[in-house]
Design a protein around this ligand. Structure first.
Ligand code: IVH
Length: 668
């Protein structure tokens, strides 16, 4: 075949396969037999192999999954991917309705949608071509999973119009695919996925796109990142527009004029949910008009114009086999119920915290009882109550011990506390938990040094305090269970890297009573170095906003301890950084910047800065960056394609700058 004929045929095949794929995967109405589709695909693959330069990014052959990646690149979302506030009952919904009414009056409608239980993804198209897909990540920065998303057949590689658009939705694994996948894994002796959501997330986090391609993933799109830019005025219009562009949206949606209609929708879907082909965990209720959405605005975490109604937690009955005790980092003794394993809301549960003795008495829990279990917030297993009438008389009362199960020193109940504590500072359990805390994410963040490795190192006396972590050798680590050359090298590099953490991570990691991650940051910013903080008096400490009496006392007595000072010296000698490295906030009154004390809103696309960079710079100059425009806004910075926020600023007569002006002022 000559090249020109090949080119024509390839175009024809791409068109047919795209069309058939759309009918099959998006519309769920196949128009040709599977065998015909497969035959055309084979023909396309063969031609593309023969003429590789004719292969394009929107070719259906791209869905098979190309070469494996080394790692996922980070992607900064152009507008943050927020999450939703939750409602758990009718009252929460009525409160939500009242807040909306107060802000926009009575003339509005809602759109109700299913809350798909998968993972949020963002898809970016340029001139109609799929260019990048990302996970939500922390909402600001996600991971580039384009090659994996291309394997999802309902995601169009090219749209029906040449638009540039960012769309958001939920990737998920249908229930039947999930069951089949777990069957296969069981046969191969591989670990099973706990639920479809984990399976979908696990599949999209594989560096090899062939794995994602082999899993039957699907997606529903539920939103547009830049709706104003594509000219829609309501959410429901946006969804219809997504349909026309060739996306798959969920059609179990309904426009509702009142909260009563919303409640009716919830009732219907609650009954039908188990018949659906995919898992849903609730109903999302959104104000339809984009203009009204803009008036309502967002908080840092979630829009005020939407709420997620979560289905009530599933409850099951099982037997409480035993109550075990654990000693926490601060010496608190926690009783935990050991349960006959039971499936609840998608996972197998075999332990549930009982928190403290009072709760055990209050719920009248005995060992051997039949108990009702649910997952609080759909995640944390909890004993709801005991089925007292099912007792056989063989149940055994439980009493908290008088002595520490780990070090045998006498337990105390501090005034005003429900918890029993071991107050022996040398208690091995507390030291071990303190070590685990030190390496945890918000503290020194040493990846590869999890609970299991720490427990092993501790049991073998290789580490007795946090400074010992920096003395570990390659040989010592290699001798541990399940530690090969590669993981040891990685771990040593992570330990090394942690030495340059900014001061607040170390401060939090030291586990000073009452000093949480946020307070640690404030302290690091205010004092700058460990020496200065260690020398601070109680008065100096309480002079700081956010630092109260109790915390100040605790900090002073921490640094008075000989052992603490020695430990810090040891860490310093090991090369651990003792200085704050982040931007220093200037309090509004101190700063003579034009931004000081002002509330500023960023909107639209900035060319020279990411939104996050702009935010950091403005905050470093004493400004306060907010998510939505209101009467309290002093200034709006509008980049390209700025939409409703700009309109609102103009309506309210708020000063508006372009990016150039912002850059100029930042330079001053
Ligand atoms: S709207 C700014 N609609 O639920 C609001 N979310 O915290 C964006 N989800 O991670 C969310 N189905 O991925 C919306 N129909 C739906 C949804 C939905 C599932 C997920 C979403 C987000 C979480 C909410």
């Amino acid at each position: 075949m000559d090249m020109q004929t090949a080119e024509q045929r390839i175009d024809e095949l791409k068109r047919l396969l795209t069309q058939y794929g759309y009918e099959y995967y998006v519309l769920d109405k196949p128009s040709v037999p599977d065998a015909e589709y497969d035959r055309l695909m084979q023909e396309l693959l063969a031609l593309e192999e023969q003429f590789p330069h004719l292969k394009t990014a929107d070719s259906p052959s791209q869905r098979i999954g190309g070469a494996a990646l080394e790692l996922f690149e980070k992607v900064e979302h152009r507008t943050p991917m927020l999450s939703l506030a939750n409602a758990f009952n009718e009252q929460d919904l009525r409160d939500f309705d009242r807040r909306i009414r107060k802000a926009v009056g009575d003339d509005f409608s809602y759109v109700c949608e299913l809350k798909i239980d998968g993972l949020a993804v963002s898809l970016r198209y340029e001139d109609g071509l799929f260019v990048q897909g990302a996970t939500r990540g922390d909402g600001i920065i996600g991971e580039d999973i384009t090659s994996n998303l291309k394997t999802i057949k309902s995601i169009p590689l090219r749209l029906s119009e040449e638009v540039s658009i960012e769309v958001r939705g939920e990737a998920f694994m249908p229930k039947l695919s999930f069951v089949a996948l777990n069957e296969r894994r069981k046969e191969r002796g591989e670990e099973q996925f706990a639920n479809p959501r984990n399976a979908a997330a696990g599949s999209l986090r594989q560096l090899d796109p062939k794995i994602a391609a082999s899993r039957k993933l699907d997606v529903f799109l539920y939103g547009i990142g830049n709706p104003e830019a594509v000219g829609v005025v309501s959410h429901s219009e946006g969804l219809d527009y997504l349909d026309r562009l060739g996306f798959k949206t969920n059609h179990e949606r309904r426009k509702c004029a009142t909260i009563e209609e919303v409640m009716e929708f919830i009732k219907e879907k609650t009954e039908q949910r188990h018949q659906l082909a995919y898992d849903i965990d609730g109903i999302v209720i959104k104000v339809d008009s984009l203009h009204q959405q803009a008036i309502l605005g967002t908080t840092v975490k979630s829009p005020r114009w939407a709420i997620a109604y979560k289905f009530p937690a599933e409850e099951v009955v099982t037997t409480l086999l035993n109550i075990e005790l654990s000693v926490g980092r601060t010496g608190v003794i926690t009783p935990t119920a050991v349960l006959e394993p039971v499936r609840v809301a998608g996972t197998t549960v075999q332990r549930a915290s009982l928190h403290n003795e009072d709760l055990i008495r209050e719920k009248d829990i005995k060992i051997g009882d039949k108990v009702v279990i649910k997952k609080a917030g759909d995640i944390i297993p909890e004993v709801v109550n005991v089925l007292v009438d099912q007792r056989t008389g063989m149940e055994v009362d439980f009493y908290m011990p008088t002595h520490c199960p780990e070090c045998e020193s006498e337990l105390v109940r501090l005034e005003g506390e429900v918890a029993l504590r071991c107050i022996n500072p040398k208690c091995p359990a507390q030291i071990r938990e303190g070590l685990i805390h030190f390496v945890s994410r918000d503290a020194m963040n040493i990846e590869g040094l999890g609970e299991k490795v720490i427990s092993q190192l501790f049991a073998e006396n290789l580490i007795t305090d946090v400074a010992d972590i920096y003395k570990l050798t390659r040989e010592q680590l290699l001798a541990l269970e399940r530690m090969g050359e590669k993981s040891v090298s990685k771990l040593l590099a992570a330990i090394e890297a942690s030495k340059s953490n900014s001061l607040e991570k170390l401060l939090f990691g030291l586990g000073i009573r009452h000093v949480g991650a946020k307070a640690a940051k404030t302290l690091a910013q205010e004092f700058g170095t460990m020496e200065k903080l260690a020398a601070a008096s109680k008065e100096e400490l309480i002079a700081i906003n956010e630092i109260g009496n109790k915390m100040a006392d605790s900090i002073v007595s921490f640094f008075e301890q000989e052992e603490a000072r020695e430990l810090i010296e040891e860490l310093r000698n090991a090369g651990v950084n003792m200085e704050y490295k982040g931007p220093k906030p200037i309090s509004a009154s101190e700063s003579d910047s034009i931004f000081a004390g002002k509330t500023i809103v960023l909107t639209g696309k900035l060319e020279h800065l990411t939104r996050n960079e702009a935010k950091e710079k403005i905050e470093a100059l004493g400004g306060n960056v907010a998510g939505s425009v209101s009467k309290k806004t002093h200034l709006v910075i509008a980049g390209e394609d700025a939409g409703s926020k700009l309109t609102k600023a103009q309506e309210l007569g708020i000063e508006v700058w372009d990016e150039e002006r912002l850059l100029e002022e930042l330079k001053k």
